[in-house]
Design a protein around this ligand. Sequence first.
Ligand code: BDR
Ligand code: CA
Length: 307
Amino acid sequence: MTRKILFDTDPGCDDASALSLALASDELEVVGVTTVAGNTTIENTTRNALSVLELHDRTDVPVARGCAAPLWRPLETAEHVHGSSGITGSPPVPDVETIDTSGTRFMLEQVYEHGDELTIVAVGPLTNVATAIAIEPDLPELIDEIAIMGGAALCPGNSTPEAEFNFYVDPEAAQRVVRDGNPRLIGLDVTQDATLTAEFVEELAERDDPHRTLAAWFGYSEVDAIREGELSGEQVVHDVTVIIDLIDDILEYRRFPVNVGTDDGDFRGAVVCDVNDVTGTPPTANVALEVNVPAFRNRIAELIEKL
Ligand code: BDR
Ligand code: CA
């Protein structure tokens, strides 16, 4: 049976890669895309999502534009990582538009329509998901599960010494979803290890589209190097890890009580994981701690040939 996924995203190069591979997979059916501001503005993330679908000739998948800013903080973006428009390469200019429904409303419609067959895959700041849970507190029980790329549970962060980018950008939303959403939490603990080799990405860059564009997205952490055909090392592709785990169970999890820091400063967006159960509170999330890297790479190599 295929797993139905609603892809909540802020493309973003690794978001674009993850969506591409989800579309290629026989095990997943992408029922829709909701966009959120994060790596870049909502205008850019929405255009980029449409552009990914255009590249793969899948404009039948509906895209709904979601929240333009975090719940109450100003938006902080990451164009310095993903490129000025939010994605690298030269993906096609989209010929289609978003549906005439907000991201949160569309998310709730999908929840009610697909119920426990639906997985929400959230790979950007959690603003849309937190808003949907605020409107429908039963959302986590109505669907199969929420799978998140976000947080640095037991490892250092990438936005502050403690915080990962998606959680840092909208910590209040992350706190809400992690405490109330019973999610699968796929953070830097595993996504930093789930890499692609430079040789793999370089070989892909030699091909025609869509592979050439995918190579530009895979190699986003070294934008200049991919242009010159010489990547220096292994490539992180954070959001892709969620998609491959949903297909192949490549991650090992432990259940913990988890909270997210919402104070300003170093602990904004930091994950507090009660490993020793000192709080005595019930577990709130499945936290990914180990990844099977060969299985990860094998599945990506296989999916790419289907694009
Ligand atoms: C996360 O932050 C974004 O830049 C990526 O798209 C990914 O979702 C990694 O910290
Ligand atoms: Ca992302």
